[in-house]
Design a protein around this ligand. Sequence first.
Ligand code: ADP
Ligand code: MG
Length: 227
Amino acid sequence: MIQSAGLCYQYPQGPLLAFPDVDVAQGAVLLLSGPSGCGKSTWLALVAALVAPTAGRLTVADQPLARLKKVASDAWRASTIGFLPQKLHLSAALTVHQNLALAQWASGHAEDASRIRSALQTLGVADLAQRRPAQLSGGQAQRVALARAVLLQPRVILADEPTASLDDEAAADAVHLLLDTARRHQATLVIATHDARVAAMITQASDGAAGFAELRLSRPQAKAVAV
Ligand code: ADP
Ligand code: MG
């Protein structure tokens, strides 16, 4: 489902990030761990075809990403990837319902109110449809953003630091919610986090059922300075 070989990404004026090869099965859960700055968010951006690798090969949901053209990559991402970003990027001016409708329009679909309702319902936030993001708690906003992420039945769900700044109970809820949502959609789930609690939460919540793997990244080596 996600296969990489020799994957590297170089930021202009930034570090060269070299990622270990992966072969993640359909429906599996991948914990992408490692300290801040090790490249977790960058790896997610590569898998979502938001950035192109400097070197190496990456295939996601049977699509070799090198063969995607820019325009095609937007359509591919919309139909394949459900992204739960670290900053949720809910539009403050719009209601919860409108935020989800916006996601449908942005991906070339007509507004489908019944699908929006059912996505919100599944995540337990249907009663918040007419609120604006400022009127939501952190946990509610995350549920709304997850409903938006799975609106188009993605085969891959990517979550970036979903437990950041949550207490133990809320963090465990967030992890459960992600695992449940991925299972319901039979999607492959990647959770990128530097939160040491998450591995134990996944192990406990998945009860050894789903395929679970950890990809641990380390900080890039500082480049040798020529003198
Ligand atoms: P993580 O999500 O694990 O904290 P990131 O993928 O955000 O790590 O960043 C990996 C490395 O790339 C860090 O050293 C970071 O400083 C660097 N980096 C991230 N974004 C940029 C950028 N736009 N320009 C230059 N360097 C960047
Ligand atoms: Mg990050």
